[in-house]
Design a protein around this ligand. Structure first.
Ligand SMILES: [Zn+2]
Length: 581
């Protein structure tokens, strides 16, 4: 997405080398060789440049205190539990000496540094793991420091950001090490139940017991480009399956595609990105109220019915023409609305299960200073773009991504705004194998229990259950030439009359236009298109200002009306809204 420069997927990324274990730290001394481009580089220059090779852009591993300096506001970091040390529960021979030797060599007490800092002026608990210390494996001390940091964050109601890097559990500490996975995960859960934000940043490599506990439990999971992330290490997998793994296997890009990361963020932009995310989560209930009452003053109260705006010109338009206008190639699609209505939008990816569906764009933004979650069905732009987005036909993973973001919105008390534009849910073998029906049913059902206001706007095509899974809302609006129906007129004609060519006739019968649906109480508001742009130019991303202005005003009114409604009342109204049909 254009507006979303922090999360560019196309980031220039040079592979770090064959395997994680071959990636060096920046060694001491004046001049060293970069293992990616083999150039001799000045250590000083690498350190000054965020531990990135000045020649080829290769990422070196970052020591904990250097990372803290990159991320925290200058002088704001206050270290916690600096002196905490672990024991040797198995009395493992040579372990004590090894730890002592590493302490001397690295200047670290253990493999993680935790404390409080400010990022972009916002206080947060920050923890950074350091691979130089026994591959940042998690023993008693690492687990304890992380748990204490999270517990203290819960007490002081602070967000937590953890930079992970780990070979996994610390073998030398045996079962005590394994228990750290449960201990840290439990602390994360309490922090989450308190409604607080937890962000993890996965750096190279994050594996084993750390991946299988606190690393993968972030509300938002970010990663550095190219980072190796996995449960089992590549060597173990290769030995088990007796095959060589593909080069990109278990890399951050692979995980993003498979739905496990919200975004990949380049190192140079990490601080800015974290500051933005913290800011988007700062505005809790109080700010919500204040902004809404400000908005209230500007717009006046209860303008609900004013929303029915209708140009006379559309009266004569045949239903089939609405269908054609709704499908017009030049018609603005999901991302056009997001970019213009929510310029600070940050996109999150993935269903945390299988895949990231490109037919759905979801993320967070602010509207009038109030944080909102926006989820759009995205048809794409141009032939290539449409193919990449599967023409807005959503797959089960798209519905699951959507629901994941709705739950996230609920946790942080953000209203949800859906943009509907799909010919229908994707019909394909994989979609069936992965439970298309179940995914849609789950969304429809779960949306009735979501304790934040939900608004749904049909901007183009609202096709079948695939649309309804994005339209169980407190209010549903339609653009004047959008359509919303049980299925396409072609499908309707072919099922009822065995003749798909009678689509025009079917369209007239189906009551799929905004005007019809408004009359039937299916939608609360119709957003005028006719008369908001010169007729000869047609409705496009160049001529959508008039529509955007109506939407902006409408969304503001919606937030005033629903923003401070009692939760039980909100759910009861939503139930009744659909019960009446
Ligand atoms: Zn290099």
């Amino acid at each position: 997405m254009k507006s979303n420069h922090l999360f560019k997927k196309t980031a220039k990324y040079i592979p770090l080398g064959e395997r994680a274990e071959s990636v060096p730290e920046v060694p001491e001394g004046l001049l060293r060789r970069c293992n990616a481009c083999k150039a001799a580089v000045f250590v000083e220059e690498v350190v000054a440049g965020s531990y990135i090779c000045p020649r080829c852009g290769n990422y070196f591993r970052v020591p904990a205190y250097a990372r803290l300096a990159q991320i925290a506001d200058e002088g704001s970091f206050e270290e916690w539990d600096a002196e905490l040390a672990g024991s040797n529960p198995l009395r493992y021979k040579g372990y004590g000496e090894k730890v002592r030797e590493l302490r001397e060599r690295t200047g670290l007490r253990e493999a993680v540094v935790t404390g409080r800092a400010q990022i972009g002026g916002i206080p947060a608990v920050l923890g950074v793991m350091d691979g130089r210390f026994l591959m940042a494996s998690m023993g008693e001390c690492v687990g304890e420091k992380i748990t204490r940091a999270i517990e203290r964050a819960t007490e002081e109601r602070l967000p937590v950001i953890l930079f992970t890097c780990s070979g996994g559990a610390r073998m030398q500490e045996g079962i005590i090490s394994l228990m750290q996975m449960a201990k840290t995960a439990a602390a994360v859960r309490k922090h989450s139940e308190a409604g607080l934000l937890y962000i993890t940043v996965l750096t190279d490599p994050t594996t084993g017991g750390v991946t299988a506990s606190f690393a993968m439990l972030g509300d938002i999971i970010l990663a550095e480009p190219g980072a190796l992330i996995g449960f089992a290490g590549p060597r173990v997998i290769e030995q088990t399956i007796r095959q060589k793994l593909p080069k990109d296997f278990q890399r951050a890009e692979f995980l993003l595609e498979h739905g496990f990361l919200d975004a990949i963020v380049e190192r140079e932009r990490m601080r800015e990105c974290l500051a933005k995310l913290l800011k988007l989560h700062c505005s809790g209930g109080e700010i919500f109220d204040r902004n809404l009452s400000m908005a209230q003053k500007n717009t006046g109260q209860d303008s609900r019915r004013e929303g029915m705006i209708y140009g006379d010109s559309s009266v004569s338009v045949h239903a089939w023409e609405h269908v054609q206008l709704a499908r017009d190639k030049r018609r603005p699609v999901g991302h056009d609305y997001i970019e213009r209505l929510f310029p600070d939008f940050v996109e999150f990816h993935g269903d945390r299960y299988l895949r990231d569906d490109p037919a759905v764009i979801g993320g967070i933004a602010t509207f009038g200073g109030v944080p909102v979650t926006v989820i759009a069905q995205e048809k794409g732009e141009g032939t290539k773009g449409c193919i990449a987005r599967n023409f807005g036909m959503v797959s089960p993973d798209g519905y699951r991504k959507s629901m994941r973001l709705v739950r996230q919105a609920e946790k942080f008390k953000r209203p949800v705004i859906f943009l509907v534009d799909t010919p229908g849910a994707f019909c394909g073998m994989e979609a069936e194998e992965q439970g298309q029906g179940e995914a849609i049913a789950r969304n429809i059902s779960d949306l009735f229990g979501v304790r934040v206001p939900v608004l749904s706007i049909v901007i183009g095509e609202g096709g079948s259950g695939g649309a309804l899974a994005f339209a169980v809302a407190d209010q549903v609006w339609m653009l004047e030439h959008a359509v919303y129906s049980i299925l396409s007129p072609e499908g309707f004609a072919s099922i009822l009359w065995k003749d798909g060519s009678r689509a025009r006739e079917a369209a007239a019968l189906m009551k799929l236009t905004a005007r019809d649906l408004y009359r039937m109480g299916i939608v609360e508001r119709v957003v005028q298109e006719e008369g908001t742009f010169p007729k000869r130019e047609g409705f496009s991303r160049e001529t959508m200002d008039g529509v955007l202005a109506q939407l902006a005003k409408g969304i503001e009114e919606f937030m005033i009306q629903y923003g401070n409604l009692d939760e039980e009342e909100l759910l009861a109204q939503r139930y009744q809204r659909f019960r009446k049909f």
